[in-house]
Design a protein around this ligand. Structure first.
Ligand code: PH4
Ligand code: ZN
Length: 307
């Protein structure tokens, strides 16, 4: 059933588990995510970025989610706008049927971010739609970074407290050292868990981890074995995800892992049979790989059997 993000994440916050938020850009990715949620008996968030919406068309993005959620009526699903860049973008999404939106004004100064976020919250709450905002910058932190450099990049817990109180935002994405894509850490993976715990203590709302892909060894291997190149790639280890959930993260964004898993299978088919041009022969193994990966992540986050 299509529900608001709040319905899914307030429960996760109370019961201390993490819900997977998976990006989709086509039917294959989306249906694999639903199949995985069904297998794991888990609530799920499916999310589309502005780029995904442009690629698919907003009607199709919403339509596919509605059709799939009526196929699996027992699964609580929220359709979330990922990294909405403006009030208009959030308005378009909620008018089209999204049940959750992110306004990402984190590149602005604190006051401006607060002003834009508050406006979106006022509008979205009239529709019963939940809102996510972000504070800090999504960037890896190196071992040799000093305190003031770190403070300039990562979330400030005291600011987070004021931001949440004044904006009435439902979920907050704190920058604690993750970044998007396949190359998250130059040295050893490192996240600021102390800062996370401080933010949770002061806000007590569901928190969101962006850039949470793990690039598990078997997915990497699968991509490399087909002649792909992922030199220097590094993701967020599974134990870090679990520590983040213990520290107050309830929504975990994953896109890169799914892309790599899917494309590795497509590459395999292309390499193994250069006469093949039946799309289904390429996409079926891709879908199976994505489903397996999503089930695995749901279990790591602890949202399996939470329906
Ligand atoms: N996201 C995904 C952003 C995708 O414009 P676009 O469609 O490329 O945007 O918000 C994440 O946090 C994903 O993190 P990941 O890269 O670690 O999977
Ligand atoms: Zn993100």
């Amino acid at each position: 059933m299509l529900v608001s993000g709040n319905e899914i994440l307030q429960k996760a916050n109370k019961e201390y588990y993490g819900v997977g938020a998976f990006n989709f850009v086509n039917y294959e990715m989306l249906s694999s995510i639903f199949e995985a949620a069904n297998e794991a008996n888990a609530p799920i968030i499916v999310q589309a970025s502005e780029g995904a919406i442009k690629y698919l068309g907003i009607e199709l993005a919403v339509g596919m989610v509605k059709i799939l959620s009526s196929k699996y009526p027992h699964i609580p699903v929220a359709l979330h706008l990922d990294h909405g860049t403006s009030f208009e973008s959030c308005k378009n999404a909620l008018e089209a049927g999204f049940t959750s939106v992110m306004i990402d004004a984190s590149h602005h100064q604190f006051d401006k971010n607060l002003e834009i976020t508050s406006k979106v919250v006022q509008m979205a709450h009239k529709y019963g739609v939940s809102v996510e905002a972000e504070l800090g910058r999504l960037m890896g932190i190196e071992d040799n970074i000093n305190v003031s450099e770190k403070d300039a990049v990562l979330i400030n817990p005291k600011e987070a407290e004021v931001f949440v109180k004044e904006s009435k935002v439902d979920f907050l994405a704190p920058a604690i050292g993750t970044s998007h894509g396949a190359f998250k850490f130059k040295g050893e993976p490192k996240l600021d868990f102390e800062r996370l715990e401080e933010v949770k203590k002061l806000t007590n709302i569901p928190l969101v981890l962006h850039g949470a892909s793990s690039i598990p060894e078997y997915i990497k291997e699968s991509f490399l074995s087909t002649g792909g190149d992922l030199k220097g790639s590094k993701g967020v280890p599974f134990e870090f995800l679990q520590e983040a959930v213990r520290g107050g993260i309830n929504k975990i964004n994953t896109d890169t892992d799914l892309r790599i898993a899917f494309i590795a299978e497509v590459r395999k088919v292309a390499n193994n049979d250069n006469t093949q041009f039946d799309l289904r022969k390429f996409f079926t193994p891709g879908k199976d790989a994505v489903k397996k990966l999503v089930v695995e992540r749901i279990k790591i986050l602890g949202s399996d059997n939470k329906i």
